[in-house]
Structure formats: structure tokens, C-alpha cells
Design a protein around this ligand. Structure first.
Ligand SMILES: CC(C)[C@H](C(=O)O)[C@@H](O)C(=O)O
Length: 362
């Protein structure tokens, strides 16, 4: 359903490759909105290192105030680039952005880029649902010295309701997709925490009788994701395990730079960001892959703008664009790599072509 009030999108590029990939994705967002006749308020602010250098704050107070306001509106969203952990950890927790959706589907034209044999990619279409505001990331931290030895600890803690809402979210997505859900855990080594995850899953699953539910140790899953990625549909897991597993899905698809994410709060406020980080080794070269951020725009069109048709056109545009335009991470041997900006332009052109075809077919 199209939102009744105009969405507001705060663009927070951050540092490293963040400004480059977000610049490209913003260009694509504005292009699609224009073509679709959709309206939005878009404002951009510095966070992370550039903000710290200017104000001494990673997330400056005025920016935080503005995000507070936008988070309270019915269709508020953030398009985020990349930073070190400070601002992103604070944003996730402050706005209760608990449901991190990380879809991973190899692009047709990039089968040669994945390190996996092409036949292993057939039918790969994963959705990793990662809990994002609890677990060991936010656990009690302590350090000390004992008998002359320094020690450090950080607690892994989960409350029942935190598990229940992410498990439910994953079950709902599984029901709407291919109806398979795998809970990934380490109940053999961390029995109390992951035992509770398993109990909650057993309590929630009966409400979704069409979803085939199973569970798997995280170490086994790490292997299975490489050997048989097509066997899985929705995967739900904790904050830390989800972080590690999503990097594997990046490798399966051919590059971490391809992966998008959407993180939803209970109020509908959402943050969209690529899965890849600041990539300091290539920052400033103009060759970072913007497709993970452009894919995040596609997710924004679905969740915040309620415009799945335009999101589908954009997804088709991306499939077409990579047939001829590829940044160095996905260029493969022998082909000339394109720049971040060229990739954004190629996506806009391909999107226009998809829309034009659609219009002539009607
Ligand atoms: C930057 C870092 C704190 C972050 C995380 O671990 O959550 C990143 O790896 C991610 O996957 O979003």
C-alpha cells in the first residue's frame, strides 16, 4: 500500500566508501521516485568521522534530534553508508532497529564471479534475519586484573521477548516466501542462551503450520552455506552469528559489495544500509561497488514507500546493468571495470529500459 503521508529519508553517508556508494544510491533513489511520481523529503547529514572531525561527536546532537523527529513520523527512513561501530551501534539501539533483513540472491550475470561452481548457485535465494539490538554486542562489559592476569568479559544476554519478536518476524517472512526456516545457534556450547532461542521457536512455530522449521549449529551452517546454499530459505539468528554468516552469503554471491539490508523497528521506522563496511583500502578511488546500497534503496521502495512494483523494476534494472557494467570487485578477469558513478548511471538507464518495456506491453 502506498503511504498516505510523504516519507522522509535522512541520508547519512558516513565515512570510507560510505559517501561514494550512498551518493550513487541517492542518485538512483531520486531517479526512481521521479519516474514513479512518488514524493519524499530527502535530507543529508554528516555522521561518523567527518562529523567527529568537525564537531567532536560521531553522531552530532542536531542530527540525532532530527532522526528522533523522523523516527516518530509514520514513514521515516535512514539511508546509511558506513562508519566504524560507534554511530551505527547507537542508531540501531536507540531506535530499537531489531529486525535486520539481509537478502542474498546471486545476480544472473554474475554467476562467473562467485567462487562457487555455477551449479551450486542454482536456486540460491536466502534471507538472513539477524537480531540487531541485543546479544553479546550490547552485553555487560567488564575488565579487571586477577592474580596478575588481565581479564575481560562481555556477556551474551537475551530476553525472551527479544527472541520472540525476531523469531516471529522470520516466520512471517518464511511464510510469505518458500516456507522454510532455519534457526542457527550454538546450543551445544552456549546452552542457556540458545536453549531459550530453541524453546521460543518451538512455542512460535505452531502458529505457522505451513513453514518447515529446523535448526542448525552455526559451524555446520557455515559449511552448508558454501556446500548447499540453495537448501535454505529464511535463516534466523543472533546478532553475532548473523554478522558472521552474512559475510559468507556475500562471498557466495560474489562480493560483499552486492548485499543490501533493511533494518526495521517495531514502529515501522527503518534503516537501510549495505552489508559491506567502510572498505578503507578502496575509499576515495571512485570504484566502490554501489549495488549493495542500491539494493538497499530497492528494499526501501518496498518497505517504506510501499511500492513493490517499482522495486521490482529496479531489481530488474540491476540485473541488466551488470551485464555490461561492473566495478572491480565483480569485473572478473579481462573486462574493464567501471566506476561507482558509471554503475549508478547504468542502473538508471537499465531501469528506464525496463519501465519502457513494461509500458509498451500494457
Ligand atoms: C560495523 C559493525 C559494527 C557491523 C556489525 O558487526 O554489526 C557490521 O559488521 C555489520 O554487519 O553491519
Amino acid at each position: 500500500m502506498t503511504p498516505t503521508t510523504k516519507p522522509t529519508v535522512l541520508v547519512l553517508p558516513g565515512e570510507g566508501i560510505g559517501p561514494e556508494v550512498v551518493g550513487a544510491a541517492r542518485h538512483v533513489l531520486e531517479h526512481v521516485l521521479d519516474r514513479a511520481g512518488l514524493d519524499a523529503t530527502i535530507r543529508e547529514h554528516a555522521v561518523g568521522l567527518p562529523a567527529y572531525e568537525r564537531t567532536g561527536q560521531w553522531l552530532p546532537d542536531p542530527v540525532r534530534d532530527e532522526i528522533d523527529q523522523v523516527a516518530a513520523t509514520p514513514h521515516g527512513a535512514v539511508l546509511f553508508g558506513a562508519t566504524a561501530d560507534e554511530p551505527i551501534g547507537e542508531l540501531r539501539s536507540r531506535y530499537d532497529l531489531f529486525a535486520n533483513l539481509r537478502p542474498a540472491r546471486p545476480l544472473r550475470a554474475l554467476r562467473d564471479v562467485s567462487p562457487l561452481r555455477p551449479e551450486r548457485l542454482d536456486g540460491v535465494d536466502l534471507l538472513l534475519v539477524r537480531e540487531l539490538v541485543s546479544g553479546v554486542y550490547y552485553g555487560r562489559r567488564r575488565t579487571g586484573v586477577d592474580a596478575g592476569q588481565r581479564w575481560a568479559g562481555q556477556e551474551m544476554y537475551y530476553r525472551e521477548d527479544e527472541i520472540r519478536r525476531i523469531v516471529r518476524c522470520a516466520l512471517e517472512h518464511a511464510e510469505a516466501r518458500r516456507r522454510r526456516l532455519t534457526l542457527v545457534h550454538k546450543a551445544n556450547a552456549i546452552p542457556d542462551v540458545f536453549g531459550l532461542w530453541l524453546e521460543v521457536l518451538a512455542e512460535e512455530a505452531p502458529a505457522f503450520p505451513d513453514v518447515e522449521v529446523r535448526d542448525m549449529y552455526a559451524d555446520t551452517m557455515a559449511m552448508q552455506m558454501v556446500l548447499r546454499p540453495a537448501d535454505f530459505d529464511v535463516i534466523v539468528t543472533s546478532n553475532l552469528l548473523g554478522d558472521v554468516l552474512s559475510e559468507i552469503t556475500g562471498a557466495v554471491c560474489g562480493s560483499l559489495g552486492l548485499l543490501p539490508s533493511a533494518t526495521l523497528s517495531p514502529t515501522g521506522f527503518a534503516l537501510y544500509e549495505p552489508v559491506g563496511g567502510t572498505a578503507p583500502d578502496i575509499a576515495g578511488t571512485g570504484h566502490a561497488n554501489p549495488l549493495g546500497t542500491i539494493g538497499s534503496v530497492e528494499l526501501m521502495l518496498r518497505h517504506t514507500f510501499g511500492a513493490p512494483r517499482w522495486a521490482d523494476f529496479l531489481a530488474d534494472g540491476v540485473e541488466r546493468a551488470v551485464e555490461s557494467c561492473r566495478t572491480p570487485d565483480i569485473a572478473g578477469p579481462g573486462s574493464a571495470p567501471c566506476t561507482t558513478k558509471e554503475m549508478a548511471a547504468a542502473v538508471c538507464d537499465a531501469f528506464d529500459a525496463v519501465v519502457a518495456e513494461e509500458e509498451t506491453q500494457r
